[in-house]
Design a binder for this molecule. Structure first.
Ligand SMILES: NC(=O)c1ccc[n+]([C@@H]2O[C@H](COP(=O)([O-])OP(=O)(O)OC[C@H]3O[C@@H](n4cnc5c(N)ncnc54)[C@H](OP(=O)(O)O)[C@@H]3O)[C@@H](O)[C@H]2O)c1
Length: 264
């Protein structure tokens, strides 16, 4: 299905690997001009070249910046003042015990996972409203609505994104601008792949056996019983960015493999 997104411009934060890169690739397939972001300029260039080679119509560009740093965000705004789509994907996560989460950790998570996305949204939203077109997507997690207790410092930030997304959506009434949150469940980013390989160092086991074992032991309530592929989240995000998804306004959209046990 043609998503009618050709020649739109999208900034996907944290798009040199993992879910962000998969989102950038799926948008590029639709002819969206993707701005590739990450802190490492070499990685950004490598990703830009990779996407350019495969999808030349997407004219990918370098948008290197540490989005947590206000000055770097401002330099990014100067370089790319106008976009149609903002995917707030950057998010840090790690398992931590509540007693180890001190004020510095709380602040780091809130600055990275919430305030950086808010800084970008604050700059680009008025422009989208002015243009009467825009798509903003926050990447949260099933942990936003179902904290596992294994990473309290992370869950709180993902719940905050749901609230921020709805508040911002209230500013788009009557406009062809939508702001939504996608809640992925456990997904096979390179980072997660690395964690699983570390948990099961046995070289005789295939990754798919390791994955099955991990699911049975750690995530028995996943109805999918496998990790979600980043490309699956990329395709959903692309649809939500399309003109066909105008009626999604301020919605939490779950793609969690059935992790959340409630009906709503
Ligand atoms: N993986 C999962 O199972 C899962 C499940 C649910 C939700 N999520 C959410 O999905 C999002 C992506 O997760 P992921 O696993 O794909 O992440 P990831 O593999 O850790 O990818 C991180 C990306 O973000 C960039 N990045 C990190 N900090 C940055 C900063 N300050 N400024 C700019 N770029 C930055 C990284 O590049 P540099 O390091 O070079 O900057 C890289 O491109 C996160 O919000 C996460 O919470 C993930």
């Amino acid at each position: 299905m043609d998503m009618d997104l050709k020649n739109k411009t999208a900034l996907v934060t944290g798009s040199t690997r993992g879910i962000g890169k998969a989102i950038a690739i799926e948008l590029a397939k639709e002819g969206v001009h993707v701005l590739i972001n990450g802190r490492n300029d070499e990685e950004v260039e490598r990703t830009v070249n990779e996407i350019e080679l495969e999808f030349p119509d997407s004219f990918p560009q370098n948008a290197t910046a540490d989005i947590v740093d206000k000055q770097q965000r401002e330099a990014l705004f100067k370089k790319h003042p106008q976009i149609d789509i903002l995917v707030n994907n950057v998010g840090i996560y790690e398992m931590m015990k509540y007693e180890d989460v001190d004020d510095e950790v709380w602040e780091k998570y809130i600055r990275t996972n919430v305030l950086a996305a808010n800084g970008l949204s604050k700059f680009y939203l008025p422009k989208m409203i002015n243009n009467n077109f825009g798509r903003m997507i926050f990447i949260a997690s099933e942990e936003a609505v179902m904290p596992s207790g294994q990473m309290p410092q992370y869950c709180i930030t993902k719940s905050m994104l749901l609230s921020l997304s709805k508040s911002l959506s209230k500013l788009t009434i009557g406009k062809e601008v939508t702001i939504n949150t996608i809640l992925p469940g456990p997904s096979l980013s390179e980072n997660v792949h690395h964690i699983i390989e570390g948990m099961y160092p046995n070289e005789d086991m295939t990754f798919s056996v390791k994955e099955k074992e991990f699911m049975t032991q750690n995530l028995p309530h996943s109805e999918l019983q496998r990790f979600i592929k980043p490309a699956e989240i990329g395709r959903l995000t692309t649809f939500i960015c399309s003109p066909y998804a105008s009626a999604f306004k301020g919605s939490p959209i779950r793609m969690d493999g059935g992790m959340v046990p409630t009906i709503f």
